[in-house]
Structures are given as C-alpha cells and as structure tokens.
Design a protein around this ligand. Structure first.
Ligand SMILES: *Cc1c(COP(=O)(O)O)cnc(C)c1O
Length: 345
C-alpha cells in the first residue's frame, strides 16, 4: 500500500489522559469528535474505556456508531450538537445522551424520547451553542425535574489564561447553575489548565489527549511517515513541480512522496517545511500537489523508504505554526487514506 503510515501511540494518549485527569478532582471524560481528532475514534475509544474513561463526547450522533461498538454499552456517549430533526432513531438505538442546546431541541427530546438521558448546554457568552439566559430561566424547573445527566458550557478563550472572558464565563456559569443538584462541566483542555475553579464535576479534554497546544507538555502520540515512490537526479537549472516554482542550484536528488494536500499536508506548507530521515532534515521543494510532495534528499547517504512529516523532530504544533493554523486543524486534516497503525494500549 502506497499511502502514508500514521502510527498512533495509545499508551501516550492514555498517559496524557491520566495526567490531565490527575490535575483535577473532577471526573475526566474524553472528547473523541472528528474521529478522535483524526486518530481513529474506535481504537482510541476502546483503549481509553479500558483505561477507565466512562464519559465520551462526539460532535454528531453518527459519530456515536463506531464509538458505541468499540466501547460497549456501559460508557456514556454525549452528542455535543444535541438532538437534531433526524437524530432520534440513532440516539435511541445507540443509547446516546444528546446535549440539548435550545428550546427546540428540548421539546424534540421530551416529545420523542421522554425519560431517556439528556444533558444541557448553556451559552455563557461564546454565542455558538447552548441556552441563552432567558430561555434557560423559562425551562429550568422542567429540566431539573427530568434529571439531566449533566449541565455544561464551553469557554471561548481558555487557551489565553489571562483573558478576562474566562472569569466572566465562569461567573455566568455559576449564576446559571447556582444551587442545582446536578453534575456540571465547563472545562476542555484549556480550562483544565486554568485551575480548580474551572473544573466542577467533569472535565472534557480533547486536544490534550494528543499532546498538542494548549497541552504541549503532554506526550506526542503521533508519527506520520510518507513513502518515497520515486527518486531522480536533476542537473543544476532543472525545475520541480507545478508552476516551476523551484529550480536546482546544484545537482540535486529529488524524492517524490505519496501524500499531498488531499491528505491534509496543507498546500501552504510547501517551501520552508522539512521532512526527516532520522534527524536529518530534507526540505520540501516546489509546490505541494494533491497526492504528491517533492523533497530534496541530496544530503542523505542513501535513498530512504519513508520520510517523516510528524515525529520526534517536528510536532503537530510545529507544523501548525508553519501553516499559520492550530494543531486541531493539522490533526483533523490527517487523511483517511493513511494507514493507521496502533502501538501500545
Ligand atoms: C471540542 C470540545 C471540547 C474539547 O476541547 P479541547 O480543546 O480539544 O480539549 C470540549 N467541549 C466542547 C463543547 C467541545 O466542542
């Protein structure tokens, strides 16, 4: 198979979860939306369930299918987008817990699935998902009477510890849930790092499981090796790739790798990004194509079989900086075409 090989270290992910969980007296769940940030929700979910995770979060009900199969009937799977018009059957069949975000979703849940588990999201200023103050006030008694599994909100600026929005949202969340005898959750990875005031009963790490910012001190869980499918020698003056953007200034040996922007190797990464053979850097040259990358391997002693894009020499966050984006986007862009190999767990 001529695709990138993505090696996912389950022990590193479990270790990161344990370290994040140990930062708080609250229970730690795990957020596995977008196929566990590209790493594979089924395998990662099974490993985390084995390690003790009892509450998982996905973005949409469809993501619950593979995860439910992997973790079995016991762990709770929350659906962050809530209960949409076409979600009822899946929620019932898979025993998912929708996080209701609006009066409409609340009615849908109570009409279609009365007595079944649900959670509530409150909007505390991010203005993205969740009940607004007045809408929440109108249904609070009814909701509390029905026994929500969780009341949660989400921080907009948790990766900036000094941002005044953090304290503002914390205060609003407390006001909206004061005195309620129900499990509460506010913190994702960034919120865990803000300290115990933000932890409540349950924390919801996602990116931190993968050792990327804002939890860059975590263990790197990924290696991405790209196979070399052809090599050639250029004489000085020859050009490489679309648009002839790169020209050889010396006799150059070029390797062509089997991955491109269709695999999440963002086109903006072109010139200025290296891939690695062990610890030797080999610069990407020319434009990144849809399925191919060209690399200058002149300085290597022998043609390599693979070159490493993500690994000990270059983290997900390093790539994110080069691409002027965030680790979340690098991870969730990892190609479904890569062959995923799991170690540990
Ligand atoms: C994505 C998400 C999380 C996890 O966030 P990280 O920053 O990846 O830890 C937690 N809660 C909600 C509501 C989310 O959307």
């Amino acid at each position: 198979m001529t695709t990138g090989i993505l090696t996912i270290d389950l022990d590193a992910i479990i270790g990161n979860w344990r370290k994040l969980a140990a930062m708080s007296r609250a229970e730690a769940g795990a957020v596995l939306k977008a196929d566990a940030y590209g790493t594979g929700a089924a395998r990662v979910g099974a490993a985390l369930a084995e390690a003790g995770v009892r509450k998982f979060f996905v973005a949409v009900a469809e993501e619950g299918v593979a995860l439910r199969e992997a973790v079995g009937p016991a762990p709770e799977i929350f659906v962050l987008s809530g209960h949409g018009t076409t979600d009822t059957a899946l929620i019932r069949q898979l025993n998912l817990t929708p996080v209701l975000n609006s009066p409409q979703q609340l009615r849908r849940q109570f009409d279609a699935l009365p007595g079944r588990p649900f959670a509530i999201q409150l909007d505390t200023g991010m203005n993205r998902l969740g009940f607004e103050w007045e809408d929440w006030a109108a249904v609070t008694d009814e909701v509390l009477g029905a026994g929500p599994r969780l009341i949660m909100s989400h921080l907009a600026c948790a990766d900036e510890p000094d941002h005044p929005m953090n304290a503002y949202q914390l205060d609003l969340f407390k006001q909206m849930t004061e005195g309620m005898r129900v499990s509460r959750s506010l913190a994702a990875t960034g919120g865990i790092l803000l300290g115990p005031d933000y932890h409540f009963d349950l924390v919801r790490p996602g990116i931190g499981l993968h050792g990327a910012a804002p939890y860059a001190q975590g263990a790197q869980a990924l290696q991405l090796d790209l196979p070399v499918i052809q090599t050639r020698d250029l004489i000085e003056g020859e050009v490489v790739g679309y648009g002839n953007t790169w020209q050889a200034r010396r006799p150059t040996r070029v390797a062509t790798l089997a991955a491109g922007y269709a695999d999440g190797v963002l086109r903006v990464l072109g010139a200025g990004t290296n891939v690695y053979s062990g610890d030797i850097a080999c610069p990407i040259i020319g434009r990144i194509s849809m399925d191919l990358i060209t690399v200058d391997i002149t300085d290597l002693d022998a043609d390599p079989e693979v070159l490493t894009l993500i690994g000990p020499q270059q983290s997900v966050d390093d790539l994110a900086v080069t691409a002027k984006t965030i680790g979340y986007e690098i991870l969730t862009s990892l190609s479904p075409r890569y062959s995923r190999q799991y170690i540990g767990g």
